[in-house]
Every structure is written in structure tokens, then in C-alpha cells.
Design a protein around this ligand. Structure first.
Ligand SMILES: [Zn+2]
Ligand SMILES: [Zn+2]
Length: 307
């Protein structure tokens, strides 16, 4: 029966098998007479008491790193990679990274199996059928939307930066990490007291007193672009999720200005962002509309209905 299948322990078994293969492969490729061999185990001593491994075989030395949780089998090989780099054993770093990729594949495969199994089991249960369908739908939707949003967000960022570099004098100096949303002077200027030409309510252009232009001649133009790409009227970019200091280099920091809700400040990529946030980016960002073959605005559009 499907429900008796223990997916996570199968996953652990597969990861453990790969881990043992990895350690054996490194161990088999050690040249006991080389200086790198000496140095490798010397650096083990920065993580475990040297006396603990002194009289052990090389394989047992690796095992000690595992039992002391310096390496978490199947997960965390950062310290081992560092040891290899520090001791001039860079070829083993490549081996570790090869296995890390294999392990990631195992995890992804099991994640999908888990989703599918949860789906099957719960769909048999009438009481939960509707919400499970909805929940799984959102899960699948997010899996599909994240790479799309990531891709289009990058294209948009590229376009914005290219345009700024081609049109602005003096030549912008990228990156800029000197600006704050509370003090940034936009490129556009107010029409008259309290009137923003881009029609943003409470725009920085309307409060020029404590504002200063970007010293690198880039952030003010990005600020303008975000307002111009915002799909609602009046435009209402949500600045609080976003870190202006990363605007010139991080596409997702620009995308987050289109998420019209708090709680996304620490989300640094599309994959990090939940389904609601991704839908906000698509619905509120005009740049995305030209990449979607259906209506995403207006009261009855498919995207807003999901929210
Ligand atoms: Zn303005
Ligand atoms: Zn700046």
C-alpha cells in the first residue's frame, strides 16, 4: 500500500550510500607518500583533537569527522571542502561537488515522490479532498512560476541597467550601495507641490528637502523605472521589502518592489518567495505582462482569482 512506503528513509539510505562512495573515492585517490596527504590530515586537526585521529587509518580519520558532525553525511561538506582547499587537495573538492550534485538529484526526486504520494493518499480522503487539491495546486504552481519569474526578472533588470548605462551622463557607476529609500532623490522631479509626474502617491519627488541624488548616478533612475513598470494606477511600489543598496546588482531586489505585502524583506530569490509573492510580481509588473499570453489585469483575470 502506498501509505506504508517510507520515502524519507529510502532517501536517507540513498544519501548514505553516496556518502560512503564519496569518502571511499577520496580515500582511494590519496597518495600516502605525498605532502598533500600529510597536510590533509594535519588540517583535520583544526576540527577534531589531533590525538583522536593520530593512530587511525585514513578511512577511520574520515569517519571521525562524521561522528564528530564536522561532516553531516548527505548534506554538509563545506568544512571538508575547506580542509581540501587549505591543504592543496583541490582535486578532491571537485569529487565532493560531483557527489553533492548527485545528492541534490536524489533529494529532488524524493521531494516529487513525496508530493505525489501525499496527493494520492489525501485525495482518497473525501473530507480533505478540496483543500489538498488547492494546496497541491499552489505547490505545483510555485514550482513552475519560480524559474519563470527568476528569468523574466533578470531580463528586466538587464534592460533597466542597459538603458541607464546608455542614456545617463555622467556615466553611472555600478554597483551602488550608498542609497536608502528614505533619502533617495528620484531622477524625475515634482510638477508642483505634492504633484508627482509619475502619479505615485507620497513619492520621494514630493519631499525634496531631505533627499540626495544617488552618488553613482544609478539608483534614482531605477526608482523611476520601478514606478513606470508598476501596473496599478496610481502606481504603488512596495519599497519596504526591498534593499535599495542591492538594486543595481540584484534583480530580485527590484522585483520585490512589486510584491504588495510585507514579509518578503529576507527573500533573496524567486525560489525563496511563496506563490502569493510570485503572483504579485507577475500581476503588478508590466514587464511581465508582455511575456504572458493571457490577461493578467482587470477584476476577472485568472491570476488575481488565485490570490
Ligand atoms: Zn514622483
Ligand atoms: Zn545609489
Amino acid at each position: 500500500m502506498a501509505s506504508s512506503y517510507d520515502n524519507s528513509s529510502e532517501e536517507q539510505t540513498e544519501l548514505r550510500r553516496l556518502h560512503i562512495k564519496l569518502i571511499s573515492e577520496i580515500n582511494d585517490n590519496l597518495d600516502q607518500k605525498s605532502i598533500e596527504y600529510e597536510k590533509l590530515f594535519f588540517y583535520f586537526g583544526t576540527y577534531v583533537p589531533p590525538g583522536l585521529i593520530a593512530n587511525k587509518s585514513s578511512l577511520d580519520k574520515f569517519k571521525t569527522l562524521c561522528t564528530r558532525n564536522i561532516i553531516t553525511p548527505g548534506e554538509n561538506y563545506e568544512k571538508l571542502k575547506q580542509i581540501c582547499r587549505d591543504s592543496g587537495n583541490d582535486t578532491h573538492v571537485n569529487t565532493i561537488e560531483k557527489y553533492e550534485k548527485e545528492m541534490e538529484k536524489v533529494r529532488t526526486r524524493h521531494r516529487y515522490t513525496e508530493i505525489k504520494m501525499a496527493h494520492e493518499i489525501h485525495l482518497k480522503n473525501n473530507k480533505y479532498r478540496q483543500w489538498v487539491k488547492a494546496g497541491l495546486g499552489l505547490g505545483y504552481l510555485k514550482e513552475g512560476l519560480a524559474p519563470f519569474c527568476d528569468d523574466i526578472g533578470r531580463q528586466q533588470h538587464n534592460d533597466i541597467i542597459n538603458k541607464i548605462q546608455q542614456t545617463k551622463t555622467p556615466q553611472p557607476n555600478i554597483p551602488c550601495s550608498a542609497c536608502q529609500i528614505t533619502t533617495l532623490q528620484p531622477d524625475h522631479v515634482r510638477v508642483s507641490k505634492g504633484i508627482c509626474p509619475l502619479k505615485q502617491d507620497k513619492c520621494n519627488c514630493c519631499f525634496p528637502n531631505n533627499k540626495r541624488p544617488c552618488p553613482n548616478n544609478v539608483c534614482g533612475a531605477i526608482y523611476d523605472s520601478i514606478i513606470q513598470y508598476h501596473a496599478s494606477m496610481p502606481p504603488v511600489p512596495f519599497w519596504k521589502n526591498s534593499d535599495v543598496q542591492q538594486w543595481s546588482t540584484e534583480p530580485w531586489e527590484v522585483c520585490k518592489c512589486f510584491i504588495n505585502a510585507p514579509g518578503y524583506k529576507d527573500k533573496t530569490s524567486a525560489v525563496d518567495t511563496d506563490c502569493t509573492g510570485l503572483l504579485h510580481v507577475i500581476i503588478n509588473n508590466k514587464y511581465f505582462h508582455s511575456h504572458i499570453g493571457c490577461n493578467v489585469t482587470g477584476p476577472n483575470n485568472l491570476f488575481s482569482k488565485i490570490l
